[in-house]
Design a protein around this ligand. Structure first.
Ligand SMILES: Cc1cc2nc3c(=O)[nH]c(=O)nc-3n(C[C@H](O)[C@H](O)[C@H](O)COP(=O)(O)OP(=O)(O)OC[C@H]3O[C@@H](n4cnc5c(N)ncnc54)[C@H](O)[C@@H]3O)c2cc1C
Length: 496
């Protein structure tokens, strides 16, 4: 007999699992997060949030909490030779925020707990069974094995996802061919290695300053047969010295790891009651520093949809749009990170391509497109009933359109101008609680009179002025869009 029931069980308390938990908690869905590790790790992988994540967090009124944590920079390293001009992006946050992944996770965990989410650390999901009505999950916990029952299971458990494997979801792609060693270390002589790239006779070493230590990154041309073999201090010192052709004494080691350039995308992001999010759904070379951001992006796309389905308001069909939208985004993520990794690895042979891309990344006219693509700012999802309006499927642009500071806040918004037929507002009233009608000043919605903004800030539908005959057609069009995204209308109160 299962011990406990929860609406959604989330495996993994990384950026994906915690963001998803926040979204579900916000919607009042009973959510439990299982985290294998008893305590947060003593090391930190990522060190940034990009504009796309900040745009998404902005819709929950949370961007400022994160922005208070670190500096913002208007450019970031790109393909080794260039700086990506982030200031050219069309976003409220045209920069990259320097913030440790561990701090991002702390802030998300705090918020999830504020919203009533239960986070169980030291709990590892080992397997599950799905039946017609739900899922029974097997968990190892500090006090012994547990069985938990849930309606939905979200695999946010990283690249080696137990959930993905147990669900039998294929993970096609390319295996790792090149390996890199990363060392968070304190050199005996801090001046021995300048920050940035240093070329040596056996390779190059990239040094990045971190608070109290230096992150050193260098290729490992001869990885051991077992790629999971721990990197020892001696091994790291040996590879470092060989690359530089001289000894740079390491006085203290904080964290040593090895990573490869494998790139894989799960065949499906949903199988029945199971969903995959973040690294569980896609792994890619760390070039471009986007993994945390892609995990947040997936979770923000899924959260409101899963909440509606879990609450019985929307049909399961809505979850297929998660697969459609984020699988396509995952394919772009793999393309962009693989391209950057190849350019970084191929040395002289690809130097002209690096130069050319570097030029495009800073030139007026192309810089914005390159930066928006690499950071995901220009992500576009299919909208309902498209007719070519430039906002369709994109993040709603511009300040002043949405009520500050919460923006969509977790629900959807129907922005309408005074010129919109009253039938539009009347139709939306049946989705009260899921959709808020928000009046905007005349002329703020170019080429239309009403725009539907999904909870993740993407435009789900744009009214087509002049289409069909009058108020009835306008009401019908908005009803169709509302039902598509947010399920059937609330039943009318029974008279008498
Ligand atoms: C060296 C390195 C540097 C990186 N630098 C950056 C960077 O600068 N910027 C950036 O955006 N990205 C960076 N990344 C990528 C980023 O760290 C990942 O993409 C991101 O952590 C993915 O988030 P996630 O929540 O999907 O998975 P994870 O962060 O891996 O979280 C998964 C969680 O699930 C838990 N778990 C696993 N199995 C189970 C189980 N069976 N039961 C319960 N819990 C389980 C794990 O303990 C973990 O806490 C870097 C990656 C590496 C390796």
């Amino acid at each position: 007999m299962p011990d406990t029931h929860t609406d959604v069980l989330v495996a993994g308390a990384g950026p994906a699992g915690l963001t998803l938990a926040c979204e579900l908690g916000l919607a009042g869905v009973r959510t439990t997060v299982l985290e294998r590790d008893p305590a947060p790790p003593g090391f930190c992988r990522g060190f940034n949030l990009n504009a796309r994540s900040l745009d998404l967090l902005e819709h929950r009124g949370l961007a400022d909490r994160f922005l208070a944590e670190g500096p913002t920079l208007p450019a970031t390293a790109f393909v080794g030779t260039a700086a990506l001009d982030l200031a050219a992006m069309r976003t409220r946050h045209p920069y990259v925020l320097g913030i440790a992944q561990t701090r991002v996770e702390e802030l998300l965990a705090e918020r999830a707990e504020e919203l009533g989410v239960r986070i169980l650390r030291g709990h590892r999901l080992t397997g599950f069974r799905e039946d017609g009505e739900g899922i029974t999950a097997d968990v190892t916990a500090p006090d012994g094995p547990l069985r938990l029952r849930c309606d939905w299971l979200a695999g946010c458990d990283g690249g080696r996802s137990t959930v993905r494997k147990a669900a039998g979801i294929a993970f096609p792609g390319t295996p790792a061919r090149r390996f890199t060693l990363l060392g968070d270390v304190v050199p005996a002589d801090p001046a021995a290695l300048p920050f940035g790239p240093t070329a040596g006779p056996g390779g190059s070493v990239f040094a990045i300053p971190r608070p109290g230590y230096v992150r050193l990154v260098t290729a490992e041309p001869d990885p051991p047969e077992d790629r999971d073999e721990p990197v020892t201090p001696d091994r790291f010192q040996e590879v470092l010295d060989r690359a530089l052709g001289r000894r740079v004494e390491i006085a203290e080691v904080r964290w040593l790891t090895r990573f490869g350039d494998a790139a894989r995308l799960a065949e499906r992001l949903r199988a029945g009651r199971v969903l995959l999010v973040g690294d569980a759904a896609h792994i890619h070379p760390p070039a471009g520093a986007v993994g945390v951001n892609a995990a947040i992006d997936d979770a923000m796309n899924l959260g409101w949809k899963l909440a509606l389905v879990a609450r019985g308001l929307a049909p399961e069909r809505l979850l297929e749009s998660y697969h459609r939208e984020r699988h396509a985004a995952g394919a772009r993520l793999l393309r962009d990170t693989r391209a950057q990794a190849l350019l970084a690895a191929e040395g002289e042979r690809l130097a002209p391509v690096r130069d050319l891309l570097g030029e495009l990344a800073t030139a007026e006219g192309t810089a914005g497109h390159v930066a928006e693509t690499i950071t995901g700012v220009n992500t576009r999802y299919p909208a309902h009933d498209e007719h070519g309006h430039p906002w369709e499927g994109r993040m709603i642009p511009g300040d002043g359109l949405l009520p500050a500071p919460a923006r969509t806040g977790g629900g959807a918004l129907l922005l309408d101008e005074a010129a919109a037929p009253a039938a539009v507002r009347e139709a939306a009233a049946s989705w009260n609680g899921r959709v808020t009608v928000t009046a905007v000043p005349s002329g703020r919605l170019p080429g239309t009179y009403a725009v539907l903004v999904r909870p993740d800030g993407h435009v789900g539908w744009v009214a087509r002025p002049g289409a069909g005959a009058g108020a009835e057609a306008a009401g019908g069009a908005v009803r169709s869009a509302l039902e598509w995204w947010f399920g059937p209308p609330a039943p009318l109160p029974v008279a008498g």
